[in-house]
Write a protein that binds this ligand. Sequence first.
Ligand SMILES: [Zn+2]
Ligand SMILES: [Zn+2]
Length: 641
Amino acid sequence: MLGNFSVGDYFKQEAIDYAWEFITTYMKLAPEKLFITVYTDDDEAAGMWQSSTGTPDERLYRYGKSDNWWGPPGAEGPCGPCSEIHYDFGEQMGCAPIASPSEIAAWIESGMKWEDQPGCHPNCDRCERFVEMWNLVFMQFFQDQAGEMTPLPKPNIDTGMGLERAAVIVQGATNVYDTDLYQPIIGVVGELAGKKYGEDHVADVSLRVVAEHTRGATFLISDGVTPGNEGRGYVLRRLIRRAVRYGRKIGLTEPFVVQVAETVIDRMKGAYPELAQNREFILKMLGGEEQQFERVLDQGLRIIEEALSTGTENSNIGILPGNLAFALYDTYGFPVEETVEIAQERGVSVDMEGFEREMKAQRERARAGSATKFGGGGSGAKIFKYRDLNAGPSEFVGYERLTAQTTIVALLSPDGDAIDHAEQGHEVEVVLRETPFYAEGGGQAGDTGTVLSLKGHIDIEDTQTPLEGLIVHKGRVRSGVMMVGEEVNAKVDRERRLDIARNHSSTHLLHEALRRVLGTHVRQAGSSVSPERLRFDFTHIQAMSSDEIHEVERIVNEQVLRNPPSVKNELAYTQALDSGYLAFFGDKYGETVRVVDMGLNDPEEATARPFSREVCGGTHLDSLGETGLFLITSESSIGSG
Ligand SMILES: [Zn+2]
Ligand SMILES: [Zn+2]
C-alpha cells in the first residue's frame, strides 16, 4: 500500500494537488481516464477537483456514506469524507453505457438499489471497467458516542493506493499476475515445472497459486510468523502446503518452494531489505515446512484415494468420513481445508460434522491428560502447540561455550501460543536458533541466565525440552521488548552452571565409587542434579553401613584431589557400550552419544583406563579439582529391588 499522511499539517487542497501530480506527472496516466468521486455534500472537495485539476463535471461523481465516508473507527473518534480516484479501463470493459453523475445522484436520492440501477459508473460492482486507485481520507470531524460531529481543530490526511493495482494500470496489464510483480516469480515456477505461462489455462492456475502463495509465505516469515496450527501461523502453513500441492499438479515433485522464494527475495529486497536480512531464516523455515509436508503428502493422498476407491458406506454417496479427515489432520498434519480441497477435486465432500466431533474429543482428552510442567497444568494441549510451532531443531552449543550470538526463532506466551513480541514484565518462552542453555535432562537441572537484545532483556529462569530437538527457555522480560527474528546475545549464568557441573561430575564419581564398594550390580536408577545438591538413586539390596559411606566418600575425594581432566567425546552408541561406558537405561540415546571419562585409576599412569566412564549428555567440569569437598549428607532406601 502506498500513501501519504498529514497529522495537523497540510489538508484537503494539498492532498488533492499531490495525488493529481503523482498520478498524472509521475505515473503519466491520461487525465481523461481518471474519474473522481467525492462525498455527497463535500462541495469543498468537489470545487478543488474542478478548479485545480480541471476535472470536468461528467467525471466528478458524488456518493453517500457507504462509498465516500471514513470512520469513526470505534464508538467515537475522528471521521470525515473521502475522495477517490478511479481509473477507467474503457467502455469495452463496461457492463452498460455509463451513467452521468446527475443520474447517479438522482438514483441514490430515490433510494434505488444498486443492482436495479441501469448504468455503469465508477463504483459499479457488476463489472471491472473502473478500478479504484487512490483513496484520500479527509479526517476533519470528531464524532462522539451520541453521533454528534464537531470539526477537529487540526484535521488530518490519510491516503492509500494499492501498489498492485497501480502496477496493473501503469503496465497496461489486465491483472496483477501479468505485471512485473509476479511475472518473474511465475517465470521461475514455470521453468522448474517445464511449463510456459499463458499456454494452458489449468497449468496457469497452478503457476499463479505457487507464485502468489510462496511470495505471501516469504513475507509472513520475514515478519516473524512461523508455521503453526492457529492464527497467523495456520495461514502461513496453509499457504506453503497449498503451494506444494499445486506444484505437484504441474509436475513439481522435488522440493521447489525454496528456489521460488529465493527469486521473491531477490526481486523484492530492494524495497524490503529485511527480506535479505532474514534470508537464511526464511529459506530454512520454508524448506522445513515443505519437507515435512512432502513426507506426509503422499501418504495422505494414498489414504484418501484408498478410502474413495474401496468405497466405505459413506464414500459411495460422495462423502469422506470425518474420522478419516481427523486422522489425516492428527497424524499427518493435513489441514482439513486441504483434505476438503483434495476431496472436492474428486467430486467428494468431507463429513465436517464428524471431523469437528473428533476435534472436540481430542481437545477434551488433551485437557484431561496433564503432563510435565511445560505441557501440563491448565494447558494440556500445550505439547501440541510446541509440535505445531515447527521451530526446527535448536542447536545446543553449551558444551563449548556459555554465550551465543543468535536469533529468536519463536516466542510463546505461558499458554504456549506463538506471539511475535513480549514486553516488560511478561512471562515468555523463548526458542533460539542456537543456544548455550542446557535443557533439563539426564537428571541435570535446566540452565538459567539472560537473553539480551539492543531493545530488551529477558531473565531466563529455566530451560526445558518439551519435544525432541526443541529447546525452550522460560523467563520474564525484565525490560524493553523482545521480538521474533531479533539478534540476541544468550548468556548462561556461569556460577550456577559451574555449581551444577560440580554436582554432576560428582555423580559420575559417586556412581563408580558405589560400584567399587558395594559391587558392580549397583546401577543408576535415576538422579537429580541441581546447583545446591545431587541426589543419586541406585539399586542395591540393603542400606549402606557407615563404613561403606565413608569409603565411598574417601574414593570420590581422592579422585577430586588427583585433579585429572575430564574428557568428553562422541561415539557410536554400540561402540560406547563395547568400550565399557555405562549407560542409564532410563535415558533414550541417539545413534551417536556423548561419553565422559573421569578420574584416574593410577595417578602414575596417565594412559591408564579412566576411573569412570559414562554415556552422558550433561555438562561437566573440565578438571575434577574444581569440585571441592564431596560429602554424603543422607542415604535412604526408596523401595525394594
Ligand atoms: Zn459496470
Ligand atoms: Zn551424567
